[in-house]
Design a protein around this ligand. Structure first.
Ligand SMILES: [Zn+2]
Length: 114
């Protein structure tokens, strides 16, 4: 992700982020939860990748958050601490996405691209 951002390629960074989450989730024993996570990811993809370009500030923060999450896992933090951080990470992503989409909705040329 960091390399993609250094190349100023937010779409590649988004692909890398998706791959990161896929690896983290692939061994989830809760199929229902995994289905919800997959659905949410697919919904975000389906609304268009144009919004991702406008979320660069968030994407920069995501790299640090992923590293922090890996640090929690590698450091064998308590499960509830890892779970809370992962949930907050996802909530920040959704909140930023909604705010960005709302802000872009007032820009007719960008809305037409969706
Ligand atoms: Zn993430």
């Amino acid at each position: 992700m960091r390399a993609a951002l250094e190349r100023m390629d937010p779409l590649a960074a988004a692909d890398d982020s998706r791959a990161f989450h896929s690896v983290l989730c692939e061994h989830c024993p809760n199929e229902f939860l995994l289905g919800l996570v997959t659905q949410m990811s697919e919904r975000l993809d389906s609304v268009g990748r144009s919004v991702i370009v406008f979320m660069l500030q968030r994407t920069l923060a995501v790299v640090d958050e992923h590293e922090h999450l890996l640090g929690l896992i590698e450091g064998k933090a308590e499960e509830h601490e890892i779970e809370r951080y992962a949930r907050d990470h996802k909530l920040r992503a959704v909140t930023t996405y909604i705010a960005t989409r709302t802000a872009l909705a007032g820009t007719p040329s960008l809305v037409a691209a969706w």
